[in-house]
Design a protein around this ligand. Structure first.
Ligand code: GTP
Ligand code: MG
Length: 442
């Protein structure tokens, strides 16, 4: 990973570079976890970050050691193993306290980085839009500030070479840290202000969409579940798809026609277990898109083994809860059906009778999914009778857009319209109500 002194990603950033020749970063992956868990996800994160994993060590204990993360005996073992494997960095599967990190580095004599740092680094590498970059920078600053570290040091650590191990060379003097902290705080304030502005712009865009009365479907789910692939399949969009974690950071919204209605579909950043809270906080404006949707499609990679699948599902539910989307109407979408066998398919529909099984790649099950989306809106529909004055011609085309079908009759007072609308949309036309009928279709 190449970053300049000010921590920004340079143009030549190229995550796949280590695939050519011997990788510059050779990581020893370590984790404290219950029995049955493993480090496959951390290794996947490292692969995405362009770092090779040259060994791994797991310690089964209830809690990470408060001073060292691993127990002292395990640390000694790790030191020898990492040396044998010619590793030049140790990566932990959990966020470390500054104390754990300091002590572990001292014991091992090599740089130690934690899971949060790796995820932040991936986000930094994948951020494309101005907004995404601001959000990532904010998250990085919050992370660094919390560990009283020099302003930009952690950004350079993945890039630390063997000749310049992090230990001893990276600690700026106390006064430098104080200056850095002040600078960091100023920058955080400035970033938050800019992001508020982004949020306001988004709110205006959203208000415009809401004026158009279009039902809004958001895709949420674990990273790499196939959300972007599904957006493309449903709307004909060409959003980037890749087999790597956190490929999508910026939300994109496209339209889809379904049974005479236009829907908006939004694809956005994916979640992960132990998602750094700094990122959840910083990505508030982006996650707002998910929170505001009328319907959430929770997309799951159904080709993952059962245990992993339920851990991923739970992780997503937790993040949704934490961003205030816990109560939202949602539909579980089991994706990658093409990659599982008949037996597993049966097991899945038994375990998740309410879910839809699809393959965003082959198109299997998409018709079913479309009907489920339409049916969800159908439930919220009510029949309304409106009287629209001739002076409000624009309202009629809005109604057409929102409802598809409507019947109209010209009367001396205006156009009398009978139409089925979602309850929330119907409310917006209340001022034209001739008679409101009882909710139907429930
Ligand atoms: N076999 C199979 N692979 C799929 C399917 N849908 C998506 N994929 C693959 O899964 C990987 C991730 O797909 P994306 O659509 O980028 O996933 P995402 O959820 O948007 O991921 P992030 O943006 O990184 O959070 C890609 O390699 C896709 O080709 C599917 O239905 N079947
Ligand atoms: Mg994506």
């Amino acid at each position: 990973m190449q970053r300049s002194r000010n921590g920004r990603i340079s143009e030549s950033h190229n995550a796949s570079a280590p695939e050519q020749g011997r990788p510059r970063q050779r990581a020893y992956a370590v984790g404290v976890m219950p029995d049955g868990d493993d480090l496959s996800e951390l290794k996947e994160l490292l692969r995405t970050a362009g770092v090779a994993t040259v060994g791994e060590l797991v310690q089964h204990r209830d809690q990470p050691h408060p001073n060292l993360y691993l127990g002292p005996g395990k640390v000694a073992e790790l030191k020898a193993l990492a040396k044998d494997a010619d590793a030049n960095v140790v990566v932990t599967d959990d966020e470390l306290s500054p104390r754990q990190e300091r002590n572990l580095e001292k014991e091992l004599g090599m740089p130690v980085i934690d899971r949060t740092s790796v995820i932040l680094d991936i986000f930094a590498g994948h951020a494309g839009s101005a907004e995404g970059k601001l959000q990532v920078e904010l998250a990085q600053l919050e992370y660094n500030l919390a560990r009283m570290r020099g302003l930009w040091t952690h950004l350079e650590r993945l890039g630390a070479s063997a000749a310049q191990p992090g230990i001893g060379t990276r600690g700026p003097g106390e006064s430098q840290i104080e200056t850095d902290r002040r600078l960091a705080r100023d920058r955080i304030t400035a970033l938050k202000r800019k992001l508020e502005h982004v949020k306001a712009t988004r709110a205006i865009m959203r208000a415009e969409r809401e004026r158009a009365h279009l039902p809004h479907v958001a895709l949420a789910g674990y990273t790499n579940a196939g959300k972007s692939t599904l957006l493309n399949a449903l709307t004909g969009a060409t959003v980037g798809v890749r087999d790597r974690l956190f490929h999508t950071l910026d939300p994109s919204t496209r339209t889809m026609r379904l049974e005479g209605r236009t829907y908006l579909v939004t694809d956005t950043v994916g979640f992960i277990r132990k998602l750094p809270h700094q990122l959840v906080d910083a990505f508030g404006a982006t996650l707002e898109e998910t929170r505001r949707a009328d319907l959430l499609l929770h997309v799951v990679d159904a080709s993952a083994p059962e245990e992993e699948l339920s851990a991923m599902t739970r992780a997503v539910e937790d993040v949704l809860e934490s961003i205030g989307a816990g109560e939202q109407t949602r539909l579980l979408v089991l994706n990658k059906a093409d990659a599982i066998d008949e037996e597993r398919r049966r097991e899945l529909s038994f375990r998740h009778p309410e879910a839809v099984l699809i393959s965003a790649e082959t198109g299997q099950g998409l018709d079913d999914l479309r009907s489920r989306i339409a049916a969800d809106f159908e439930r919220t529909l009510r029949d309304v009778e409106l009287l629209v004055p001739y002076s409000e011609g624009g309202i009629l085309s809005e109604l057409h857009e929102a409802a598809g079908d409507l019947s109209r009759e010209d009367t001396p007072e205006g156009v009398r319209v009978s139409v089925r609308l979602p309850a929330v949309v119907a409310e917006r036309f209340d001022r034209f109500a001739a008679t409101a009928l009882a909710p139907s279709g429930r």
